[in-house]
Ligand binder design. Structure first.
Ligand code: NAP
Length: 277
């Protein structure tokens, strides 16, 4: 399993699993649970969720799946910006812990920037670390200027990751956030398939997939994982998709593969405002 080392030395798998729109009754909950369990079996033990996802129902689904195997997973959850206050953070965290059925969330993220001062949110996160309720904290949907501001806040340098949109059709972060993360933490790439599969319909990805004998989804995942400090969290609600995604860990794209993708989906030449879903 390819690993990424977090700022505190914790090793996490480079390929994890997302859970947005799971546990909401859109699919058979049994099949969703089987998909997550299969992913854990295959080593995709980093599971990303949020209090927002199904208003807690994704966390409840995960709670059912990890019962009896808590120690095998690295849990990531997120707090709503409007809960990111001195009082709101511990309250939201307590609700997430309860739904997940655990005593500690490994990594707790601010879902996106809101109106509460960063210094207040960071202080609340640090208190949760001291109390052992979270292992580490980070942010999500922060652009380069937000990261600079965060770095100026007391203890802001403890930020463990910035979770942002990244796939071959949304490459803006290659200009600034990815280079910066080589020094100050990891990037967690969300929506590697563009949420609704846009990158999977790319002719360039299809061609690379064809000549490598793999699928476009596997090309998209290997493409994002070519950066050693980028963690990738595809969401899959079937065992078949989870297996296909896990197999991308065996795929190393060649310079020719990457050049073909660059030709169709060029990397950014200048600053692009952070794209988000
Ligand atoms: P995604 O992972 O880019 O795409 C999910 C879609 O791809 C689903 O329709 C899924 O179908 C399909 N899929 C999965 N494996 C596939 C495969 N091998 N071949 C073809 N299709 C496949 O979308 P996402 O859910 O937006 O992003 C991933 C995770 O990132 C989220 O679940 C969430 O945890 C996180 N996220 C965070 C933020 C944020 O603001 N921080 C925003 C968006 C997402 P099935 O479900 O049928 O398998």
């Amino acid at each position: 399993m390819r690993k990424v080392t977090m700022r505190d030395g914790t090793e996490v798998p480079q390929l994890g699993m997302g859970t947005w729109m799971m546990g909401e009754g859109r699919r058979d909950p049994k099949l969703e649970a089987e998909a997550l369990a299969a992913g854990i079996d295959l080593g995709l033990t980093l599971i990303d969720t949020a209090e927002m996802y199904g208003e807690g129902r994704a966390e409840e689904l995960i709670g059912r799946v990890i019962k009896g195997r808590r120690e095998q997973v690295y849990l990531v959850s997120k707090v709503y910006p409007h809960h990111a206050s001195t009082r709101g953070v511990p309250e939201a965290c307590a609700r997430s812990l309860k739904r997940l059925g655990v005593e500690r969330i490994d990594l707790y993220l601010l879902h996106w920037r809101g109106g509460i001062p960063l210094a207040e949110t960071v202080a609340a996160f640090e208190k949760l670390v001291d109390e052992g309720k979270i292992g580490a904290w980070g942010v999500s949907n922060f652009d380069a200027d937000d990261m600079v501001e965060l770095g100026r806040v007391p203890m802001g340098f403890n930020c463990a990751t910035n979770q942002v949109l990244y796939n071959p059709l949304s490459r803006g972060i290659e200009f600034d956030l990815i280079p910066a993360s080589r020094h100050n933490g990891t990037i967690m790439a969300y929506s590697p398939f563009g949420h609704s599969g846009g990158p999977l319909r790319s002719r360039a990805l299809a061609e690379v997939a064809k000549w490598r004998g793999v699928t476009p989804a596997q090309v998209a995942l290997a493409w994002a994982m070519r950066h050693p400090q980028v963690i990738v969290i595809p969401k899959a609600s079937s065992v078949a998709h989870v297996r296909e995604n896990a197999a991308a860990l065996n795929l190393e794209l060649s310079p020719a593969d990457l050049a073909a993708i660059d030709a169709a989906h060029p990397p950014p030449k200048r600053k692009v405002p952070l794209a988000m879903l």
